[in-house]
Design a protein around this ligand. Sequence first.
Ligand SMILES: Cc1cc2nc3c(=O)[nH]c(=O)nc-3n(C[C@H](O)[C@H](O)[C@H](O)COP(=O)(O)OP(=O)(O)OC[C@H]3O[C@@H](n4cnc5c(N)ncnc54)[C@H](O)[C@@H]3O)c2cc1C
Length: 390
Amino acid sequence: MKKYDFIISGAGLVGCLAAIQLNKLGFKCCIIEKNSLENIDIPNNFSPLSLNYHTYLFLKKYGLWSDLSSSTYPINMLTLKSFNSLSRISFKANDINLDNLGYIIDKRVLLNFLRSKLEDSSVEFYQCETIDKVSGIDKEEITISFAKNLIMKSTYLIVSDGIDSKVKKLLNIGSKIIDYNQTSYIYNAKASFKPKSAVQIFDESGILAAIPYDDNQLSIILSLNNSFSQHIVNSNFKPNKDFIDKSFRFFAKNITNIKYVSQYKLKTSRAERVRLGNILLLGNTSQLLHPVGAQGYNLAVDNIDSMIKNLSSIDKDIKKASDIIESARQKSFQQIDFATNILGNSRLSSRALSWLSFQVLKCSQTLKNDFLRRIIGLNNIGYLSIGKKL
Ligand SMILES: Cc1cc2nc3c(=O)[nH]c(=O)nc-3n(C[C@H](O)[C@H](O)[C@H](O)COP(=O)(O)OP(=O)(O)OC[C@H]3O[C@@H](n4cnc5c(N)ncnc54)[C@H](O)[C@@H]3O)c2cc1C
């Protein structure tokens, strides 16, 4: 019977990174994935993922950045706009002594890269999606049984098999579901704009973002309230060009070649717990977040970092790691709730509060930087593509 230090269920962006780093620490790992690890085809479009500064530092610290950097595009300015043009505020990398706030990469490029690193490592791979039973949760060894009478044992189990995790169901870990009644539509477009700058707009139609991946190409992400979608996006997912031009006119000119990439219903989930004995939930299995702060993967990387730090310490304490992960998660939830309930809400009281917050911040660079650090940087949880300098 095979025995491991770690079994990782799911070889997505999160499971791969966790397995690579645990393997580097010398742990014997096996990753279980329902699909093969072969390169994913990348059609002629860009599927954006914002990596914040902390994620960049993490990837650099673990020797993964140098091979990746040529596939990324830096962001050094972020503008937030709320409901009317008077409530607009820009955060610059220089404001917090950084060269860049973060980097944009195509999700599939990152996944192919991580999977290639996994194949180069001594992590064992087992292709299967039918874990039948997980037992021994309170014992020193966890036992995983598969349909084909195969049994594996492991000291720890990382569950990173996505939002519909079968293992999470087997463990009876429930989740809080939050339905924003919104749909995110992702487009690519050509345009003229200030290079390396991104924008997020809180509008009565929803939350809109433009994130460049080249000096003249950007991803437009429309997280639209479902009641507005039909007025803005037609049945072929084509967006209303006037709406796009009008919404982003202060940021980009000559927006052309708008191409549909993908869409997601914004029904998100937050697992009621991240740890059960020596089992740890990470990534989408633990929380699927609203894309407003681009925090999903960044939070997961921060969580992996906490896990690695605690497992490389003398006492190898997964409970301590999970406490830190839980606290980071809760802070992240608070930021997302603030962004969706206050900044992204068209109630008069919310509009007044966001207007006031923006005005207060505009009055003092110190307050602005403090605010920026508090909501985004200092606790390692980034807001959009911003992080802290270590
Ligand atoms: C619109 C949108 C925009 C986003 N933008 C950002 C952003 O800018 N920045 C950011 O940080 N995050 C962003 N995110 C979040 C980010 O995409 C996720 O955090 C990340 O993809 C989660 O990866 P994961 O590995 O946890 O899950 P997944 O990518 O879902 O991976 C799960 C893996 O498990 C495998 N699997 C599933 N079931 C089984 C099974 N039964 N057995 C074995 N294997 C199984 C799957 O095949 C897959 O490989 C965004 C998300 C959305 C929806």
